[in-house]
Design a protein around this ligand. Sequence first.
Ligand SMILES: [Ca+2]
Ligand SMILES: [Ca+2]
Length: 503
Amino acid sequence: MSSKFSLCLLVGLSLSLFSQAAERKRPNILFIIADDQSPLDLKVYNSKSILDTPVLSKLAEGGTTLDGAHHMGSFSGAVCTPSRHMVMCGRTVWHLPNAAKLVGGKFCPEGMEANTMAAVFNRAGYDTMRTCKRGNSYEGANKQFTVRHDATKRGGTAETGSAWHGKQVLDYLSAREASRDEDPFLIYFGFSHPHDVRDGTPELLEKYGAVNHTDKNSLPPANPKQPELPENYLEEHPFHHGHPNLRDEVSVKGVWEKRDERTIRNELGREFACSENIDRQIGSVLKKLDEMGELENTYIFYTADHGMAIGRHGLQGKQNLYEHTWKVPFIAKGPGIKSGARALGNVYLLDVLATICDFAGVKAPASSEGVSFRPVLEGKKDVVRDVLYGTYSGGTKPGMRCVKKGDWKLIKYDVMDGRVRETQLFNLKENPFEYISEHGKKDGKLTDLAEDPAHADKLKEMEALLLSEMRKHNDPYRLWDQPKDGLTPPKSGKKSPNKRMQK
Ligand SMILES: [Ca+2]
Ligand SMILES: [Ca+2]
């Protein structure tokens, strides 16, 4: 071989490697979503928690953790459903395709499915793959993923639990490796846990001192290894939450209507066993990405579809607007994302689509109403909005509403056909656990301040803010002490809450 020819070959080869490297700059996206997890379960949000999630803690160390990530709310007992719609299409709660019946159909454009997460990334040349639970989701968006392995896995073995979801992602990555697929990928890595039934693996149940309790007529054994009762635990909520016979509050196996210490601590132990297992599965996938040399070029996002009460405020489910349930965990790591950082963010899950599009250099669809919080994750600003709005109207109408601005949060309940009309005002800086008088705290700041004349002006300000947010988001309802605004709100359904709908 002549030296001239070798030189040409070398230059050619280098150029080809160089152009490959340039092409490879398009980042991968790994979006991880747990089902029903309060941020307060995680050490990164609650240093007192005994839940071991070394992988998530490490992810937080190398990335940015958001203290103010929320789901906007729900018009159904199945809070998962609107939440997952918002993730997929980036639209606000009353503007979702499945809210159309409630709001008269006028706030959602036609053909939403073609503008959901996977459809958008398919068009941009990404390979899209998902694994997640089935049901209470957004089928029109889910079916857009090119590779899809969905099944509801809430058991305590590798085949019936979270390891199954992990395996789908590992197998997918191995297949890419074998076929030397160089396209960027978007993987939607969803779990069916720690949603009940919280049947953890025997080893992890043992670690958290919990059992899969099935006998309604007895209490599970007390065990010092179980998590302590939550800070804001109550034996019962002081007034009706407004959704009679709600599955999550009355018929979850292992808890039912019980709120005693043994039941709640056992159930938290089960929740933790399931959450640690999720952490392990994420660890396996990150290790695989590292071995493939893809980890550094992958944006990793970890969140949950909504939070969860499990004894906090005497509630058990996800159908309330306290911080433990309205907020979600959110940890992000990837190229340019600030390492070891925390930010408030003030984001909703519906901002995720705009954000991942921003990172991938893909144009977000015009139908997305979300705001990219890339600047927050890159440490360039702390929040993307000042005011946050939340709703729950899956039970009696109009339901619960909340609004948050700065340190202040207002929650209102207008439920049970006018029999429950309550207002709560919290200073979250002083009272982050939203203690109410029933918690019996001696410090006068550690309670609901709505009745305190010293805060009458703040209350008035927050009431006005709530009304303006309800108008802005086309909330079809008004509360008892708000102007009717000429609306004819949708009526409560006659049917009793459908158990199937709440899974
Ligand atoms: Ca859920
Ligand atoms: Ca491909």
